[in-house]
Design a protein around this ligand. Structure first.
Ligand SMILES: Nc1ncnc2c1ncn2[C@@H]1O[C@H](COP(=O)(O)OP(=O)(O)OP(=O)(O)O)[C@@H](O)[C@H]1O
Ligand SMILES: [Mg+2]
Length: 472
């Protein structure tokens, strides 16, 4: 029977020195890597909200002001995906709820509009979340629910009478967009109605949701305060990733009993399994594309997964720190990160091609094949080829003007180059306006184009394969 320092062996009690009893056990490499994976996963809520101090303060102050004045108000929080909007709201709400000055006076209702089958369902959902009466006398139609909720959120409502306020946070609020925008108008107008005891915070991606779809809010003096979250920059992404790594290391220390009381929370992360330059590379790349921290965490998580696989293969599951320090090869280095980045993010050209409208993709495929076999292809010749190749596939017959527009759009994306061919002798000029006589050249290597577009639909596969075979 295998014994450990504090176990019983062969039915006899061993004398165990107290010092030995509490001797910290060193966690295995796999345990540490799995912890690291957990902490790099987006579903793990970090213990502190960093890199967004200004935005956090604005949200916090907005809520605190509403509580202090007892006046209703609304805010619209926007920004591209993965820039910390939802997390910021969570931390701001938690902070207010923990504040002795507000905790008994505030009721918070948080919901995600994406989960509603219909925008109007928000009324019955709010009614339920606010603890509305069920059964006899309860509302039955959307209008009745809306009236009941408005009354519950006014100073005449139960909470309002006690000087309390209700904060409603609607995430993905753009899912409430509808034809007449009745729901959104009503929601943003409630906080400004005379007896309102309601604060509303709506969150979505688009910066112009209220201006574009709810222009009457301005005329009615119900325009929400606007808070825009910019994309994370390289340093912010580095801080977020490093903080998570540090939190994972602290948990490992605690699990092994090596926890230090004097651990400095703000100390720079000891990147045991990452070369700092590798994290920096990831942060820089993501910042230059989208600033979406999810991407950054995901890529770092994938790198840790590769380490886990490597540790498994090398049979290092049971080895502790000694093995670690002896074999510093178990670390995400710049080269590993570069491989992971190119696998995950692809080239910018690849992304552009993938997200083109289908018509532009089709014209690009045709252009790739035609220009592969013929020099000096003119726009009208390309259109003729397009019409002949797409015949029988049910695709729209593009007029010459529409075709030129598509070529022009492809040229703006940098996927094709359009030059004028006024004079064969004069140097060709890149042109702004596409005419039927303009010359077209594809700027993407055929193989790359084929690799990206062929899997998107069978028509592309067919015409690109035809191009391949006629080339051979
Ligand atoms: N400042 C931060 N510190 C630590 N983790 C963060 C931070 N910002 C974002 N994250 C992580 O990234 C994930 C995505 O952030 P969040 O959900 O707040 O993005 P979002 O801006 O609401 O995106 P979307 O528009 O897609 O809803 C969070 O779950 C969190 O794990
Ligand atoms: Mg969100």
């Amino acid at each position: 029977m295998k014994t450990t320092g504090n176990s019983v062996s062969s039915g006899t009690f061993e004398t165990v020195e107290p010092k030995e009893l509490f001797k910290p056990t060193e966690p295995s490499v796999l345990f540490k890597l799995r912890k690291l994976q957990d902490y790099l996963h987006i579903s793990t809520k970090p213990s502190r909200f960093i890199a967004r101090e200004k935005e956090f303060k604005q949200v916090h102050d907005f809520i605190a002001k509403g509580m202090d004045t007892g006046k209703g108000d609304s805010m619209y929080v926007c920004g591209s995906p993965g820039v910390g909007k939802t997390l910021c709201l969570q931390f701001a709400v938690d902070t207010i709820k923990a504040d002795p000055a507000y905790r008994t006076k505030i009721k918070v209702v948080q919901l995600n509009a994406m989960r509603l089958a219909d925008p109007k369902d928000i009324y019955s959902t709010l009614y339920r979340l606010l603890g509305g009466r069920k059964g006899q006398g309860a509302p039955t139609t959307a209008v009745e629910y809306a009236d009941a909720v408005k009354a519950m959120l006014s100073t005449e409502g139960k909470r309002g009478r006690d000087g309390g306020m209700t904060l409603i946070v609607v995430d993905e609020i753009d899912f409430l967009l509808s034809k007449a925008q009745t729901v959104l108008y009503r929601l943003f107008e409630w906080p400004r109605s005379r007896s309102s005891a309601m604060m509303l915070i709506g969150i979505a991606n688009s910066i112009d949701l209220t201006n574009r779809f709810l222009p009457r809010l301005k005329q009615r003096f119900c325009e929400p305060k606007l808070l825009v979250f910019g994309a994370y920059n390289k340093d912010q992404l580095m801080d977020i990733v490093s903080q998570r790594i540090r939190e994972s290391e602290r948990e490992v220390e605690m699990a092994s009993g090596n926890e230090s009381d004097t651990a400095d929370e703000d100390a720079p992360a000891a990147l045991t399994y990452f070369q700092k330059a590798a994290v920096e590379l990831c942060a820089r790349k993501v910042a230059s594309r989208s600033g979406d921290v999810r991407k950054c965490l995901d890529i770092c998580g994938q790198c840790v997964q590769a380490l886990e696989d490597q540790a498994g293969k090398e049979g290092r599951e049971e080895e502790g720190d000694t093995a670690d320090t002896q074999k510093p090869s178990l670390m995400v280095k710049v080269g590993d990160m570069m491989r992971c980045l190119s696998k995950t993010m692809g080239s910018p050209v690849e992304k552009t091609m993938k997200h083109l409208p289908a018509q532009q993709q089709t014209v690009l495929c045709v252009a790739a094949i035609v220009t592969k076999h013929q020099d000096d292809v003119k726009v009208y010749q390309l259109r003729e080829q397009y019409l002949s190749m797409t015949k029988g596939y049910g695709l729209p017959r593009l007029s010459a003007a529409m075709f030129s527009d598509i070529v022009s759009a492809l040229s703006v994306s940098g996927l094709v180059k359009v030059t004028s061919s006024k004079s064969a002798r004069s140097k060709q000029r890149v042109v702004q306006e596409v005419t039927r006589l303009s010359q077209v050249a594809v700027c993407v290597a055929f193989d790359e184009l084929r690799q990206v577009l062929a899997p998107l639909n069978t028509f592309f596969t067919k015409i690109l394969d035809r191009g391949e075979t006629s080339a051979n």
